[in-house]
Unconditional design. Structure first.
Length: 406
């Protein structure tokens, strides 16, 4: 087992009601059975297990990601107490660096919170979905009102007080890329973490039988706009793809693994898996009785932390670029009928965006690529090949004839 970040759900409720949220609006209702806030004894148990994990696996760096719900619904006093306890623990672990991160919707950001973030060097991520129109399309409060103005106020305060602005945004293909990117540029975003909506095979809204790739088409336009931006603000999605294409797989992965502790102390895999169904991430483990490594004794934990890139569908195993896309994220492979034994619902999108980024790299580093004789990825050929595998059950020789086109 190997991970370096613990997602700490210090609040299980949220002051917004985003329609695409896997926590509340994709079928999982277990949050209703959890305490609204994490208790002090749960925090103490977390620190004990964290210390044990760091020592057992000789970790030199570890981080806590404060999450929710909306983590700023917890009191500043609770947050400060948590950080102070972590720093006291760190003092007993020579050579170990422990960091803090927080993901917030920004509505409750004020100067008091900013001063706490500065004091404890908390890396802040702010959720916002582009322009006012795109943001308020999905990120509404419980009264149905848009949250854009309140989030922008928080964003500007973060930029002013901390000197940077790191954004997290869910891709909305209905908003033009130019409008989206310029909205973030005007805010002075330092980095933008673009997230693909967490659909499974059971709720994917597009026709999987055709070759439409709305997500890839949007990302390609974004990549072209970003590659021309002299500010070169950081976009993790593109950084990860570039590193994978360059063979630097240890730097970035498709699925960044982390363990989750819920407000009641339960240990779970990453919360995006809640999109697979009600109570899907639940198990018998609790931080008060269990070490982190006990998650490996659960089937979902073993798949997520160890076997996710190995237990691919037959179609993925025969794909020429499986070492690049890694089969996509686990949640995007899921269906009630076949579990995780499916290609990603974004399979064709991944092929297309990977091919586009590789073509860009070849153009930029033509001499290097020519010397190494790197074959250019042909998205149409790969998609045809994968379709032929699906149509023939992966058994007929003609499936491989398409591969010769590369």
């Amino acid at each position: 087992m190997d991970f370096n970040a613990l997602v700490v759900k210090i609040a299980s409720r949220c002051n917004l009601n985003c329609s695409y949220c896997f926590m509340y609006n994709l079928g999982d209702e277990t949050y209703k059975l959890q305490p609204k806030f994490m208790s002090e004894d749960t925090v103490d148990a977390i620190l004990l297990r964290t210390r044990n994990y760091i020592l057992q696996y000789d970790k030199k760096y570890f981080s806590f990601l404060f999450h929710g719900g909306e983590p700023l619904l917890a009191s500043p006093e609770f947050f400060v107490d948590f950080c102070e306890k972590v720093l006291a623990m760190q003092a007993s672990l020579p050579g170990v660096k422990i960091g803090f991160r927080i993901q917030t919707n920004g509505v409750l950001i004020n100067k008091e919170w900013c001063s706490i973030f500065k004091k404890y060097s908390v890396h802040v991520g702010l959720s916002i979905d582009g322009s006012r129109e795109a943001h308020d399309m999905y990120r509404k409060d419980h009264a149905g009102n848009g949250s854009y103005d309140r989030v922008i106020r928080g964003a500007k305060l973060l930029k002013e007080e901390l000197g940077y602005l790191n954004l997290v945004t869910v891709i909305n293909v209905r908003e033009p890329v130019s409008k989206n990117y310029e909205a973030f540029s005007e805010l002075g975003a330092s980095s933008i973490n673009y997230l693909i909506t967490d659909y499974t095979h059971d709720n994917y809204p597009y026709d999987a039988g055709n070759n439409e790739t709305p997500t890839a088409d949007w990302l390609i336009a974004l990549f072209d706009r970003w590659s021309q931006d002299t500010t070169k603000r950081f976009i993790p999605f593109f950084s990860g793809m570039i590193n994978l294409l360059l063979g630097r797989t240890a730097v970035e992965q498709i699925e960044v693994t982390s363990l989750v502790v819920e407000t009641d102390g339960k240990l779970e895999v990453i919360d995006s898996m809640k999109a697979c169904g009600d109570a899907f991430t639940k198990n018998h483990l609790n931080i008060r009785q269990n070490e982190f490594a006990d998650i490996m004794d659960t089937s979902l934990g073993a798949l997520y932390f160890k076997d996710g890139v190995n237990q691919l569908s037959e179609k993925c195993q025969k794909c020429p670029i499986k070492d690049i896309c890694k089969g996509g994220r686990l949640v995007h492979r899921y269906s009630q009928a076949k579990g995780f034994n499916n290609p990603s619902v974004y399979c064709k999108d991944l092929v297309k965006i990977i091919a586009h980024i590789q073509a860009h790299l070849i153009d930029r580093f033509a001499e290097v690529y020519e010397k190494e004789q790197v074959a250019k990825i042909d998205p149409d050929a790969i998609i045809a090949y994968l379709d032929s595998i699906e149509a023939t059950g992966g058994k007929k020789e003609q499936a491989y004839e398409v591969l010769e086109r590369f």
